[in-house]
Design a protein around this ligand. Structure first.
Ligand code: PMP
Length: 447
């Protein structure tokens, strides 16, 4: 697990300090080696002969705590409450494989060929129906750009909008994959406060004003308004227009990352921010949680100028999203009752969330959490005396895995929180996992 440990928060990215550290190292020379940073670096050089060749942006890359947990957490004896993997058991794989075989026979030459950088027009048409469920009704296929998962979309939008040292405002805690992207582009992530109703508008505005006063450029707000990863909260309907109004007034773009919006347990959907503002919002959604992450297909909707840049960035980055995956998704959407399938998944995730909530009440009544109304995650606050990061090896020994809260911040916060995922383990295993977690915590509290 030690390799999961994120590197210490780096100096503010793009800051003169970070720049100097790098220049010093490049200048080589014995002077640079006199400081502690250089000594640490020279230790690493022994094992990596390219250490002095990396771009500054690579200094900010860190191992995802979640990815590094994967191998331990996927041991069959460990109950993993760590990963955000959707449970795919109910997918109609048999029927689907027949249809995919037919698609390959009929259109294999297209499926295995390069495609459009903007994405398959058929798929761009199909996603309109999905977005309409969250109130986005004014979009044409030409407004859509397909990406390799939302992760790639986050990379593209940051690539075209941000220079080193620019500010992105984000909720805290924050989706770990987005933090990884922002860090790799040397963006400064500044957190605005959130509560059980999501991002707090007043805090959002104060954060913009403070950044502007400090002479920094705020490039966008990054928000996961529905069933947040990892916080589990949903931005209230009342706050949505207020956030948009503030963003517009300060000329700050809003990047709305919405992979979980259709996974509300009671079937309720919330109006997408994009449905209220076509000019100032870049909307991202993904097939990963509603169909399958292995396809690596997601989509973006952006105002015209930004959309054009996104297509160019897609071209530069991946040439084109894979035809094979896009055609597999359209085959699925065209032949199955996908709304029914999503509704089945909603029911399943609801049961798992209820089970986790009940087990937490039974075994860990001294912890606190907000029960989410959808999505995959419970954000658990643990007592002051415990440290989620330090406790993790003991939890793994006790055969339960979670993600320590520290992975969702860049500044060392999160030691009194952990993210518990209820999406993948069965209800029985969720209960066993929470019971094991409670015995680890009880032990820690006793010693
Ligand atoms: N954004 C959020 C909030 C997520 O939770 C995830 C996946 N965990 C992603 C983006 C990336 O999803 P994709 O599989 O589409 O790359």
């Amino acid at each position: 697990v030690s390799e999961n440990t994120p590197s210490k928060p780096t100096a503010r990215t793009g800051s003169p300090a970070a720049e100097n550290t790098r220049k010093g190292a490049h200048a080589a020379g014995s002077a640079a080696r006199n400081n502690a940073g250089a000594i640490a670096r020279s230790k690493v050089i022994k094992s990596d002969p390219w250490m002095d060749s990396y771009a500054a942006r690579a200094d900010n890359m860190r191992a995802s705590e979640i990815r590094a947990l994967f191998s331990v957490a996927s041991r069959p004896d460990v109950v993993s409450l760590a990963g955000g993997m959707p449970y795919l058991e109910y997918m109609p794989f048999d029927e689907l494989s027949d249809l995919i075989a037919k698609m390959m026979r009929d259109k294999g030459d297209v499926a295995w060929q390069y495609g459009s950088a903007q994405g398959d027009p058929h798929l761009r048409e199909d996603v309109l129906q999905i977005m309409a469920l969250e109130g986005i009704k004014d979009v044409q296929p030409d407004d859509v750009v397909i990406s390799n998962g939302s992760q790639n979309a986050l990379d593209l939008i940051t690539r075209i909008m941000c220079d080193p040292g620019d500010v992105v405002i984000a909720e805290a805690p924050n989706y770990v994959g987005a933090l990884g992207v922002f860090q790799s582009f040397q963006v400064e992530v500044v957190n605005a406060a959130t509560d059980e109703n999501g991002l707090i508008p007043e805090s959002f505005e104060e954060t913009i004003i403070a950044a502007n006063k400090a002479g920094k450029k705020v490039k966008f707000l990054y928000t996961v308004p529905n069933f947040h990863n990892p916080a589990g909260v949903t931005m209230s309907v009342e706050r949505r227009p207020r956030i948009l109004e503030i963003a517009r007034r300060h000329h700050v773009l809003v990047v709305e990352d919405n992979p979980y919006g259709l996974l509300g347990f009671d079937g309720q959907t919330y109006p997408a921010l994009r449905s209220m503002d076509a000019e100032n919002v870049v909307y991202l959604s993904s097939f990963s949680k509603i169909i399958a992450p292995g396809m690596r297909i997601a989509w973006m909707v952006a105002p015209t100028g930004i959309r054009k840049k996104l297509i160019l960035a897609n071209e530069a980055s991946i040439l084109c999203p894979p035809n094979m995956s896009q055609m597999t998704i359209t085959t699925y959407l065209d032949n199955f009752d996908w709304k029914q399938q999503i509704s089945q998944y909603r029911g399943m995730y609801k049961e798992r969330c209820d089970t986790m909530d009940a087990a937490l009440r039974e075994f860990l009544p001294y912890c606190s959490w907000n029960k989410p109304k959808g999505g995959f995650y419970i954000w658990l606050q643990i007592p002051e005396g415990l440290n989620s990061k330090e406790m993790l090896p003991r939890a793994i020994t006790a055969k339960v895995a979670y993600v320590a809260g520290t992975g969702f911040y860049l500044d060392g916060r999160g030691t009194h929180h952990m993210r518990l995922s209820f999406c993948y383990p069965t209800p029985e295993n969720i209960r066993i996992g929470i019971e094991r977690l409670a015995s680890v915590m009880n032990n820690e509290l006793r010693t």
